[in-house]
Design a protein around this ligand. Structure first.
Ligand SMILES: [Ca+2]
Ligand SMILES: [Ca+2]
Length: 245
């Protein structure tokens, strides 16, 4: 839940000088970062991973990173079966995806097709990768709509051959941290400073534009009097948070 800034005694004593001094009032509370590892394989069926532990599903904000550490295909050529590491075929921006996503859970971090090799070559494997948190705050990694085809690989002793892909394996991690934002921290950098004034004014005057400019920051960070709405009634409490008065 959004919480009120706890002003250190020194900040209260410093009073109005805080506005000019840019002194941050407090850092947003963050839950312990959690990492889950998954190792899912499919021969064409849909596969679903759910983490064994969960994080707070009611948080305001989640810092989430999805990392694919291994994409491996099992191929068959004549009577031979062997694994081929095709991790480097994944574009870097798909291998590691990091973002802050507004809570509460469920949230989506990755919802994108994974195709190897990339177009215009015909896909040897394709599927849809979903990474996120379910409503309970558990990490989720799903690989669905899987299609396995053929590809060309160097087979030791046989040269370049067309082989049949029989299995796909995806190994990765999900890093997640639940965060409660500070009231008045309208740019969600973890501090209440004069740097939040422009975002606060935007939240007050143009909700749509605020959500475009601050897609990863809940607009209720501007609801500084905590009545559930962002209105001019929040100005006085915002100023009070800013100045520590
Ligand atoms: Ca801020
Ligand atoms: Ca309000």
């Amino acid at each position: 839940m959004i919480r009120t800034a706890i002003r250190p005694f020194a900040a209260i004593a410093a009073g109005a000088t805080l506005v000019a001094g840019l002194a941050p009032l407090s850092v947003a509370r963050a839950d312990t970062p959690t990492q889950w590892s998954y190792d899912i394989s499919t021969t064409g069926n849909d596969v679903f991973y759910t983490s064994p532990t969960s994080i707070n599903p009611a948080a305001d904000l989640y810092d989430v990173t999805s990392t694919i550490n291994l994409l491996e295909v099992r191929v068959r050529y004549l009577f031979l079966n062997f694994n081929v590491n095709v991790t480097d075929q994944i574009p870097p921006e798909q291998r590691v995806v990091t973002n802050s996503v507004v809570g509460p859970a469920p949230i989506t971090l990755v919802n994108a097709p994974v195709v190897y090799p990339a177009a215009p070559e015909p896909p040897a494997i394709s599927g849809d990768l979903f990474v996120g948190l379910n409503a309970g705050g558990f990490g989720v990694a799903n690989f669905t709509n899987v299609t396995l085809g053929t590809t060309q690989v160097e087979v030791p002793g046989f040269g370049l051959q067309t082989v049949t892909i029989t299995r796909v394996r995806v190994v990765g991690t999900i890093d997640a941290k639940a965060r409660d934002i500070l009231l008045g921290d309208t740019n969600c950098d973890g501090f209440v400073t004069v740097g939040d004034i422009a975002a606060f004014v935007l939240a007050l005057t143009d909700t749509a534009e605020y959500t475009i400019q601050f897609p990863n920051c809940p607009i209720l960070s501007a609801d500084t009097n905590e009545d559930g709405f962002v209105t001019v009634g929040d100005i006085a409490t915002f100023v009070a948070l800013l100045t520590g008065l």
